[in-house]
Write a protein that binds this ligand. Structure first.
Ligand SMILES: [Zn+2]
Length: 321
């Protein structure tokens, strides 16, 4: 079974102020990709996947369409296309950004670096030389957030804004967030249209960088946020940044299970082989290591078809947010 991951659907636009890497398809590409999946595959939802893990057979050529984060384009662009084509997709929501109207930290980094007019040197949490409008600077800042244990991300990014001389406050941030991130009303509209709404943590922190309290808040907290807003159970989580829970991740796996999740999805490329009946007990499927396939706006239609037909040729895009 292949699972396709999207984040944001948007056309190329040179004046676009946000993260240029967030969009994985244009609206035209997305429509063609959904029509292609509807024609050649059987799109399934989280319930079908859960039943398959309990031993039920999957339909022929099963495929899942998933979205991470909670971009407004999910509601405004993707939903009408999904409804027209008849595909049930799954949306994984990072809930603190919806609740607090804060901007995703990678988008905040992109805006700060792109608006900077001079360079600077940071000292917290480590020495970093920042260059205005530099992709390398953007990546270095993102890596610091992804890799620093228990980092105070807000303190860090307030420091980046001050060092780069870019004006930033709650009002500015809320304006940006309102232009980019769904509201609960929009997320409820997805659910009403038959889409699955599941968890992508609260603050989109890399789980490996969190202590026990942090894990509990990100994992159980996000599930509670969605269940209280939508009034229906959350079963699955897509790991923020998509790192696999590989060897040595027992602590995090236990926290994911304790928070009530039955399935965990990474962004590691690959197909998932789920065997029905007694084969399934001989070849067990790791429900906390579900693989997905990344996309990119530069991906050709032929490559998309190849990836769906032969998932092990999966495209290795840069997307890990
Ligand atoms: Zn994400």
């Amino acid at each position: 079974m292949s699972i396709t991951t999207y984040h944001h659907v948007a056309d190329h636009d040179p004046s676009y102020p946000y993260d240029p890497d967030a969009a994985d398809s244009t609206p035209a590409q997305f429509r063609w990709q959904m029509e292609t999946l509807a024609r050649h595959c059987t799109p399934i939802g989280i319930d079908d996947l859960l039943r398959a893990l309990d031993g039920s057979p999957l339909p022929k050529n099963p495929v899942m369409v998933t979205f991470d984060d909670g971009y407004q384009s999910c509601h405004d662009v993707a939903l009408p296309i999904l409804r027209a084509v008849g595909i049930r997709a799954t949306f994984f929501i990072a809930t603190s950004f919806v609740n607090e109207r804060k901007l995703y930290w990678w988008e905040r980094v992109a805006l700060l670096v792109n608006q900077a007019t001079h360079g600077a040197t940071l000292v917290y949490p480590k020495r970093l030389v920042l260059e205005p409008r530099s992709r390398a600077t953007r990546m270095a800042l993102l890596d610091t957030i992804k890799d620093t244990p228990n980092l105070d991300v807000n303190r860090f990014l307030v420091g980046v804004a001050a060092a780069l001389g870019v004006p930033w406050n709650d009002e500015i941030e809320a304006d940006y967030a309102n232009g980019l991130i769904m509201t609960w009303d929009q997320i409820r509209a997805l659910a009403r249209a038959g889409m699955d709404v599941e968890s992508h943590s609260r603050r989109h922190r890399v789980l490996q960088t969190l202590d026990a309290d942090g894990l509990r808040d990100e994992l159980a907290g996000s599930r509670e946020d969605i269940e209280s807003q939508l009034g229906r159970p959350v079963r699955a989580i897509a790991y923020p940044v998509g790192r696999r829970l590989g060897r040595g991740s027992e602590r995090i796996r236990a926290a994911v299970a304790a928070a009530g999740y039955r399935i965990g999805l990474s962004n590691a490329s690959g197909a998932n082989r789920i065997w029905p009946g007694s084969l399934g007990s001989m070849l067990p499927f790791d429900r906390f290591d579900v693989r997905r396939q990344s996309l990119d706006r530069s991906m050709s239609d032929a490559m998309f078809l190849t990836q769906i037909a032969i998932p092990r040729f999966g495209y290795y895009g840069r997307h890990d947010d």
